[in-house]
Design a protein around this ligand. Structure first.
Ligand code: GRF
Length: 196
């Protein structure tokens, strides 16, 4: 069976990217990682991808005078890799709505909360501030509203007494690294698709 072609967008550490690359190295995994793109030249994840033998590209947002021009460069880099799915993994740029519309049904994101709770920045701190007793992570389709697209899969973790944003983030991240490869496999096997 043809493997799902996945391009990954990162901005930093790249631990979710690494989890996807690791999963894709297993023989029976139904997806392959064809490209990693970072909008930051200094993203630590770039070296990890290179070490794993995955092609990388830098599309530095600072090199483009407008969001439209950045998006056009990003789209050009993506199209060349012919991805079936574009996986956002700690990708910290807001894209223009027309570009996101063109990625409809193709782009997925992972967010460290149980969406629709705690969208946006610092979701772990938001969970603590709300007095939540559990949180988790969500893989969802990307739509123009930030962290708003249809949900593909979620994993839960407890919020424990004494948790800080960092300890909670670490507990959630362990689950992210399992959930993201599982969600991509679901898409590859036709078990998840963008709702009509
Ligand atoms: C993860 O918590 C992800 O859910 C969020 O940003 C973080 C990225 O971490 N969107 P990493 O770069 O994958 O290590």
């Amino acid at each position: 069976m043809r493997k799902l072609r996945v391009a990954i967008l990162i901005s930093g550490r790249g631990s979710n990217m690494q989890a996807l690359i690791g999963a894709a190295q297993a023989a029976g995994y139904p997806a392959e990682i064809v490209l990693v793109i970072s909008n930051r030249p200094d993203a630590a994840g770039l070296a990890l991808a290179e070490k794993a033998g995955v092609p990388t590209r830098i599309v530095d947002h600072k090199a483009y005078p407008s969001r439209e021009e950045f998006d056009a460069a990003l789209e050009e880099a993506l199209v060349a890799a012919r991805p079936d799915v574009v996986a956002f993994a700690g990708f910290m740029r807001i894209l223009t709505t027309p570009f996101i519309e063109r990625l409809r049904g193709k782009a997925v994101n992972i967010h460290p909360s149980l969406l629709p709770l705690y969208k946006g920045l610092k979701p772990q701190q938001q969970a603590l501030d709300a007095g939540a007793t559990e949180s988790g992570c969500t893989v969802h389709w990307v739509t123009p509203g930030v962290d708003e697209g249809p949900i593909i899969a979620q994993a839960r973790v407890p919020v424990l007494p004494g948790d800080t944003a960092d300890t909670l983030a670490a507990r959630i991240l362990t689950e992210e690294h399992k959930l993201y490869p599982r969600a991509i496999a679901m898409i590859a096997r036709g078990e998840a698709s963008f709702p009509d």
